[in-house]
Design a protein around this ligand. Structure first.
Ligand SMILES: *Cc1c(COP(=O)(O)O)cnc(C)c1O
Length: 364
């Protein structure tokens, strides 16, 4: 039937959704796609084979609903995270985006608020609006860091029902020190989520917010298999928190929200965690190469604990983005004036990006 007559405005859409635009990172089929912080290394063949076997086994019982409590997978995440966590502390869903949505459904909603320090992950405001809650944007210093004092002051002032702390922060790469998390927790009346989507790319030995969980029943640490685990297409995210938080999320999830195939694939991948994470060091090396090279070209890279680099000093981001696009390289204009963000790819992809950027001339 095509799109002929009906426009969005003609539909009886919720008033609070009118005029909004959906999440829209371009999915262009370019040879070098470094725009959405994926792990561009494919899953190693031996792991892929084992995942296939597990999925094949699960398929034999796919006429039945899956284990609603995804018990084996929760145990797998507890074992992977360590820190004395048990399956009772774990929740999972189809990507950490759905995990975050569950948290907002349970703890935000109409008449409530969620807060984050801008610029931060673009999905937080969208997920917040999706549940009918109001987004409040806090501010950062010029280098995108936040001090414990400023963080606590802003959070006490806003008194939000849910706080998002993205650590390290997307799209800036900025680490969030544990004293900032503690200060925010003490100042916040409600739930505090530390989104550690990129934790595995942080310098080794850096403490996770998981170490802050004991005694903090309003604190949630979320993770994903999309980045370090090279599993973005499978859609698996998870969190660790007090078991009471997990009980709250059971109130809002759809029954059997994690398919038997997803559970089988994720459990199999977790059994191979060291192999799945083998590429992390290589990606970190490419990230640091990007930082050093864009700096040599006259741009200003920010410290990054993730698998991407935000760089400033870009006169006209649109032109640079287009120039790279025309050379087969897709990166991200995240809407911060004079800045662009690029994900670390394989060595070849990274070289392609750096060569293409150099061919556009140096920053002025
Ligand atoms: C990529 C990313 C996620 C992961 O989302 P999934 O739904 O698990 O793919 C979560 N948080 C941040 C900040 C991200 O950048």
């Amino acid at each position: 039937m095509g799109r002929v007559n009906v426009r969005l405005d003609d539909l009886p859409l919720r008033a609070d959704l009118r005029g909004l635009t959906p999440y829209g990172a371009p999915q262009a089929a370019l040879p070098v796609a470094l725009n959405v912080n994926e792990n561009t290394h494919p899953v190693p063949q031996d792991v892929a084979d084992d995942i296939m076997d597990s999925v094949a086994l699960a398929l034999r019982e796919v006429n039945r609903y899956p284990d609603r409590e995804f018990t084996e997978l929760r145990q797998g995440f507890a074992d992977y995270l360590g820190h004395g966590l048990t399956a009772e502390n774990i929740w999972a869903a189809n990507g950490s985006n759905e995990v975050l949505q569950h948290i907002l459904q349970a703890f935000a909603g109409p008449g409530r608020t969620a807060f984050g320090f801008a610029p931060t992950y673009s999905m937080y405001p969208l997920l917040t609006r999706g549940v009918g809650a109001t987004w409040i944007a806090g501010t950062r210093d010029v280098d995108f860091t936040v001090t414990p004092e400023s963080a606590a002051e802003q959070v006490s002032e806003a008194a939000p029902d849910v706080v998002f702390l993205c650590s390290p922060n997307n799209p800036t790469g900025t680490p969030v020190p544990l004293d900032v998390i503690e200060a925010v927790y003490d100042a916040a009346p409600g739930i505090v989520i530390v989104d550690e989507a990129y934790y595995e790319f942080a310098p080794s030995g850096e403490r996770s917010a998981l170490t802050l969980l004991p005694g903090r029943e309003r604190l949630i640490v979320s993770r994903t298999m999309s980045k370090a685990f090279a599993f973005a297409g499978a859609r698996v995210g998870y969190l660790a928190a007090d078991p009471a938080i997990v009980d709250a999320l059971r109130l809002v999830r759809l029954p059997y929200h994690l398919s038997a195939l997803t559970q089988a694939a994720a459990s199999a991948a977790l059994r191979h965690a060291p192999t799945m994470l083998r590429m992390v060091d290589e990606i970190v090396a490419q990230r640091d190469r990007i930082s050093a090279t864009v700096e040599a070209l006259g741009y200003r890279p920010y410290e990054s604990w993730s698998n991407f680099v935000l760089f400033g000093g870009v006169d006209d981001p649109r032109t640079v983005w287009q120039g790279l696009y025309d050379r087969g390289v897709l990166i991200r204009d995240v809407g911060i004036p004079h800045h662009l963000r690029v994900s670390a790819g394989t060595e070849e992809e990274t070289t392609a990006f750096l060569d293409a950027l150099a061919s556009l001339g140096s920053a002025t």
